[in-house]
Design a protein around this ligand. Structure first.
Ligand code: BTN
Length: 240
């Protein structure tokens, strides 16, 4: 609880605004929504087209924990977002997660999450999590299938209302992680994630690896089985 939510008509990027505030020492618990963005950013240096009607939300967190467990926040946000969106769909089970924190329907991208972190001038860490959800529009992305909540049969949704419901879901999941640890988040992620033993190809730091999905590590790394060995992929992109 206790989120402060700022709503802007238009911003270059909600995450850029929050990062600026974060490095100047802004406390956690601040969230920013824009009705549209003119310089929205995606993962892997891509841009994120941001026409009106969709959700563009960034939140500032100040987790006091080891850098090792910070990637858990992206997975937690994906679970919190899936819990918010799935009940709005005619077929809630069609909403799936792609590691680390993409939301898909029938293999098409519905929402993406961009996690960025650093430390401010006094050495305090910050985390800015940017969330983009295709509510009404599904802007084209070259070489990739995209969808929207409305294309999947949901009623029209107010971006601000979805933002508030996501923040409430985030609070519930953060409390659960605090009480029961990451295992609870991981179980919820796996329930919407790939089937065990599904073949995945990942582009990571050391090139491409293919293997069979063996779950998530305690830190949230992707576990891939390749010929008797299990690789833990900490960062990368699942290609298929
Ligand atoms: C992805 O590539 O999957 C992540 C997309 C993240 C987009 C959101 S929209 C709100 C926030 N502001 C940005 O500039 N990017 C994120």
């Amino acid at each position: 609880g206790g989120w402060r939510l700022l709503v802007h008509e238009s911003l270059p990027s909600t995450s850029d605004l929050l990062k600026d505030l974060a490095v100047r020492g802004e406390p956690g618990g601040l969230a920013v929504v824009a009705r549209r963005q003119t310089a929205g950013r995606g993962q892997h240096g891509r841009s994120w087209e941001s026409p009106p009607g969709n959700l563009y939300l960034s939140i500032l967190l100040r987790p006091r924990e080891s850098p090792r467990t910070l990637p858990q926040w992206g997975l937690l946000l994906a679970v919190a977002l899936a819990d918010t969106l799935a009940p709005l769909l005619p077929e809630p089970g069609a909403l799936r997660l792609k590691w680390p924190n993409d939301l898909l329907i029938d293999g098409a991208k519905l929402a993406g999450i961009l996690v960025e972190g650093g430390t401010d001038a006094t050495g305090n860490p910050w985390l800015v999590v940017g969330i983009g959800v295709n509510l009404a529009a599904a802007p084209e992305v070259p070489g990739r299938a995209v969808t929207s909540m409305q294309a999947a049969g949901a009623e029209p949704q107010e971006p601000e209302a979805v933002a508030r419901s996501l923040l409430a879901s985030l609070d519930r999941w953060a409390t659960r992680r605090h009480l029961d640890g990451f295992a609870a988040v991981r179980a919820a992620w796996l329930a919407r994630g790939p089937s065990l033993d599904a073949t995945l190809t990942v582009r990571g730091r050391n090139g491409e690896v293919s293997g069979r999905f063996q779950g998530l590590s305690e830190d949230g790394a992707l576990l891939l089985g390749t010929g008797g060995r299990v690789h833990a992929v900490v960062a990368g992109e699942v290609l298929g």
